[in-house]
Ligand binder design. Structure first.
Ligand code: AMP
Length: 700
C-alpha cells in the first residue's frame, strides 16, 4: 500500500472540517427553504439566505465531492418553463361564452339546426358550474396515474405529475370499471378561504399576493418543487376527458357519474336539464349560491348530453360547438375609499391606486383597486371618503366603478390629481400628440433624477434584453440605489474602482462574499463593449423599445452619429427631425421622443458619464442577399433547437422582418409543436409553413 503524501493528508483533514461545516450550513439552508417555499414564512432576510447559499457554493467549489446530493443542487421555485412538455393526444380546448339568457336560447337553437332536430325533439343538456381554477389532464394506464399535464396552449401542456401526486383529491389508482387508458380532465382549484390564508402568509413573507384563487391555484401547482405543492390545499373536480380506450358511458352526465365511481369528486351542482327554461333556472340557482360557495365560479357551462351528438357537432376553431359557458356578471360590492395612492412607473407614468376599506367581493377580500387614470377619476368624480362600488371579474385587477352619491360625506372634496411627481417633486405633465390630443397618462418629467424612475430605469438598463448584467438583478439594484452606490447607469461601471477605495467594502457586506463580488465585477466589465442597439434600448427612451432601437442603430451605425442628429432634431421643422422621421418604422412620435431625450440636460450629462465607461459597438451587418432577405416571417409554436430570441435575431441578421402575427403581409411561417391559431390563419391565407428544421436548412 502506498503511503499518502503530506499534501493528501492535509487535504483529507481539511475535507473533514469542510464536510462538517457543509453539513451544518446545508441543514440551515434546507430549514430556510421549508420556511420560505413551503410555509411562505421566511425567518431570515434574503441577503442572509443568499450568504448561506454562497457559503455552500464556495465549500463545494473547493471540495467538489460535497456537492453530491447537496441542497445546492435543488432548484427551488424557478420559473415554469423548466417543466417538461406533454403533447395532448386529444387537445384541451377552450369554451365559447354567452352572457344573456336569449343567447342560451340561440345556443340551443343552433345545436338543433345543426343536428336537424325538430323544435320539440328531446334534447338533454347538462348545466355545470364553471370552476375558476386551472384545467388539468390526468392520464391513467391500467388504473394507475402515470401523467398529469396542464392545458398549456391546448395542444401542449406542462408535465406536473409529481405535483399532482400530492393532491389528495386526485386518486393515484382508479376504482371500479375504468378503461385501460383513461384520461380524466377537470379543474384544480383553491378555496376562497385557503386563498385568503395563503395571501396573508405571502404578505407576512413580504411577497406579492396572488390576484385571485385561480392564480394562487396555478402558482401552487406549477412549482418545481412538489413538496411546496403538497403544502398548498388544492382540490379537484372531474368533468371532462381526453383519450379513452373504451367509453364508460354514452352521455356527458353518464361520464361524470363514471368519474365518481372511479374515485373522483364531481360537482354536486351539475344538473341534467331538458330545454332552455330549465337551463336558465339552474343558471339562476347556481348564481344565487355563488357568493356562499367555498370556491370561485364564473359561470355555468351548458353541454349537450348525448356523446354521439357531441361527436357530430364537433368544434369551431378552438371551442366545441356542443358546449358554451354562460358567464355571470362581474361581482360587485361597496366600500369606503380611504385614499388614492399615486404610483410612479419607469417611464414616469403616474398611476392612481384606490386604497379601500377591505371588502369581500364574491368571497375574496379586496383592499386595492385600480382607478385607471386621471380622466376616469374626474369623469366619475370619485372622492376620497366616498363610498364606492368595486367590481371583480375573473382575472382582471379589481376596479372602482364609481361613487355611491347619496353616501357622500359633506366634507368630501373633488380629487385633485397631483401636478408634481410624488417621488421627486418634478412637474408631472400630460403629453399632447401630433393630432393635438392629450395623453391620458400624466408623467413625471424628472427623468434620471426621479428616484422612482431611476430605480426602474436602472433595472431596465441591466435587464436581459438590454445590458444583461448577471448578478445585478432587481434586488441588488434596489439595495445599491438605496445606499447611494448606484444612482445612474455610469455608476455601475465605476463601482469596482470606488469599492477599492471604500472603507466598507462590498465583499464585507451582509449577503455578499468575495466570490460573488468578483463575479459581479467581471459581469459588469464584460459589458464595457456593448452592441449599440442593446445600449440604446437600455437607455429607456420613451417609445424606443427593442425594435425601434434596432431601426435607429441600423440607420445610424454609430451612437455618435445618432446622437448628433438627435441633438439637432428638437425643432419639428429641422432637417435632423426629418431624417429621424424618415427611418422606416420610426414615426413622428418616436422621433420627437428621441429628440426630447437628447435635449434634456441631465440625460446628456448621464450619457457623457456613461460613455466614458462603455463603448457602444456596431450591430452585426444585415445580409441582403440571403434567401429570406426582405421577407416577413412569423415564428409560432415551440422551437426546439433555439430560443425565440435567437430565432428572431438570426432571421433579422439575414435581413428578414419578424412579426408576431400572421397577416396577408406574412411571407413565411415557421411552426414548431403546439402551434395553434397562427397556423390555422396561415393555412387560410395560403402562406407557406415550414418546420424549424426546414427553416435551418433553408438559411444554412
Ligand atoms: P376558457 O378558459 O374561458 O376558454 O374556458 C375553458 C376553461 O373552463 C377550461 O379549460 C376549464 O379550465 C374551465 N372549466 C371550468 N369548469 C368547467 C366545466 N364544468 N366544464 C368545462 N370547462 C370548465
Amino acid at each position: 500500500m502506498t503511503k499518502d503524501s503530506p499534501d493528501q493528508i492535509r487535504r483529507a483533514a481539511r475535507l473533514t472540517a469542510a464536510r462538517a461545516e457543509h453539513e451544518r450550513v446545508a441543514a440551515e439552508v434546507a430549514a430556510h427553504d421549508v420556511a420560505y417555499h413551503q410555509q411562505d414564512a421566511p425567518v431570515i432576510s434574503d441577503a442572509d439566505y443568499d450568504a448561506l447559499r454562497r457559503k455552500l457554493d464556495s465549500l463545494e467549489k473547493r471540495f467538489p465531492e460535497l456537492a453530491e446530493g447537496s441542497v445546492s443542487r435543488r432548484v427551488g421555485a424557478a420559473p415554469a418553463e423548466k417543466f417538461a412538455k406533454v403533447r395532448h393526444v386529444v387537445p384541451m380546448l377552450s369554451l365559447g361564452n354567452i352572457f344573456q339568457p336569449d343567447e342560451a336560447e340561440e345556443f340551443v337553437g343552433r345545436v338543433r339546426r345543426f343536428l336537424g332536430l325538430a323544435e320539440d325533439a328531446p334534447l338533454a343538456i347538462t348545466a355545470e358550474p364553471k370552476i375558476d381554477g386551472l384545467s388539468c389532464s390526468l392520464r391513467y394506464v391500467n388504473g394507475e396515474l402515470v401523467q398529469a399535464a396542464t392545458r398549456g396552449d391546448g395542444f401542449e401542456g406542462e408535465d406536473v405529475t409529481a405535483n399532482v401526486r400530492t393532491i389528495k383529491e386526485i386518486p393515484q389508482s382508479l376504482k371500479g370499471d375504468a378503461p385501460e387508458i383513461c384520461e380524466v380532465r377537470g379543474e384544480i382549484y383553491m378555496t376562497k378561504s385557503d386563498f385568503a390564508a395563503l395571501n396573508e402568509r405571502q404578505a407576512t413573507a413580504g411577497k406579492p399576493p396572488f390576484a385571485n384563487p385561480r392564480n394562487s391555484a396555478a402558482g401552487s401547482l406549477r412549482q418545481l418543487d412538489p413538496t411546496i405543492t403538497a403544502q398548498r390545499p388544492l382540490h379537484f373536480f372531474a368533468y371532462a376527458w381526453g383519450e379513452m380506450s373504451a367509453m364508460p358511458a354514452t352521455t356527458q352526465h353518464g361520464m361524470i357519474e363514471a368519474f365518481a365511481r372511479f374515485g373522483f369528486k364531481t360537482n354536486p351542482l351539475t344538473k341534467l336539464c331538458h330545454g332552455t327554461p330549465e337551463l336558465l333556472a339552474q343558471w339562476s340557482a347556481i348564481e344565487e349560491t355563488r357568493a356562499t360557495l367555498p370556491y370561485d365560479i364564473d359561470g355555468v357551462v351548458y353541454k349537450i348530453d348525448d356523446l354521439d351528438y357531441q361527436r357530430r357537432l364537433g368544434f369551431v376553431s378552438r371551442a366545441p360547438r356542443w358546449a358554451t359557458a354562460h358567464k355571470f356578471a362581474a361581482e360587485k360590492a361597496t366600500t369606503i375609499l380611504r385614499d388614492i395612492e399615486i404610483q410612479v412607473g419607469r417611464t414616469g407614468s403616474l398611476t392612481p391606486v384606490a386604497k379601500l376599506e377591505p371588502v369581500t367581493v364574491g368571497g375574496v377580500v379586496v383592499s386595492n383597486a385600480t382607478l385607471h387614470n386621471e380622466d376616469e377619476i374626474a369623469r366619475k368624480d370619485v372622492r376620497i371618503g366616498d363610498t364606492v362600488t368595486v367590481q371583480r371579474a375573473g382575472d382582471v385587477i379589481p376596479q372602482v366603478l364609481g361613487p355611491v352619491l347619496d353616501k357622500r360625506p359633506k366634507t368630501a372634496k373633488p380629487y385633485e390629481f397631483p401636478q408634481v411627481c410624488p417621488a421627486c417633486g418634478s412637474a408631472a405633465l400630460r403629453e399632447v400628440d401630433a393630432k393635438g390630443e392629450m395623453d391620458v397618462v400624466r408623467r413625471c418629467t424628472g427623468g434620471l433624477v426621479c428616484p422612482a424612475q431611476a430605480v426602474e430605469r436602472l433595472k431596465h438598463f441591466c435587464s436581459r434584453n438590454a445590458l444583461d448584467i448577471e448578478g445585478l438583478g432587481d434586488r441588488q439594484i434596489e439595495l445599491f440605489h438605496a445606499e447611494g452606490l448606484i444612482m445612474q447607469p455610469a455608476d455601475i461601471f465605476t463601482l469596482e474602482e470606488r469599492d477599492k477605495r471604500a472603507t466598507k467594502k462590498l465583499k464585507d457586506r451582509e449577503g455578499f462574499g468575495e466570490t460573488s463580488v468578483r463575479n459581479l465585477f467581471a459581469a459588469i466589465n464584460a459589458r464595457r463593449n456593448i452592441v449599440i442597439n442593446r445600449f440604446l434600448y437600455g437607455l429607456g427612451i420613451r417609445h424606443v423599445g427593442e425594435t425601434n432601437a434596432r431601426r435607429l442603430a441600423r440607420h445610424f451605425g454609430t451612437f455618435e452619429a445618432l446622437r448628433e442628429v438627435a441633438r439637432a432634431a428638437l425643432e419639428p421643422d429641422s432637417e435632423a427631425r426629418a431624417e429621424l422621421n424618415a427611418i422606416e418604422g420610426v414615426g413622428d412620435v418616436v422621433a420627437e421622443a428621441v429628440a426630447d431625450f437628447f435635449a434634456e440636460k441631465h440625460n446628456e450629462d448621464a450619457l457623457d458619464a456613461l460613455l466614458r465607461e462603455v463603448t457602444p459597438e456596431p450591430m452585426e451587418a444585415v445580409l441582403t442577399t440571403t434567401p429570406v432577405a426582405g421577407k416577413t416571417i412569423v415564428f409560432t409554436g415551440a422551437l426546439e433547437k433555439m430560443t425565440r430570441d435567437e430565432a428572431k435575431a438570426m432571421a433579422e441578421r439575414l435581413g428578414a422582418k419578424v412579426s408576431g402575427s400572421v397577416s396577408k403581409k406574412t411571407d413565411l411561417v415557421v411552426a414548431g409543436p403546439g402551434a395553434g391559431s397562427k397556423l390555422t390563419k396561415a393555412a387560410e391565407l395560403g402562406i407557406e409553413v415550414i418546420t424549424e428544421d426546414e427553416w435551418l436548412a433553408r438559411v444554412g
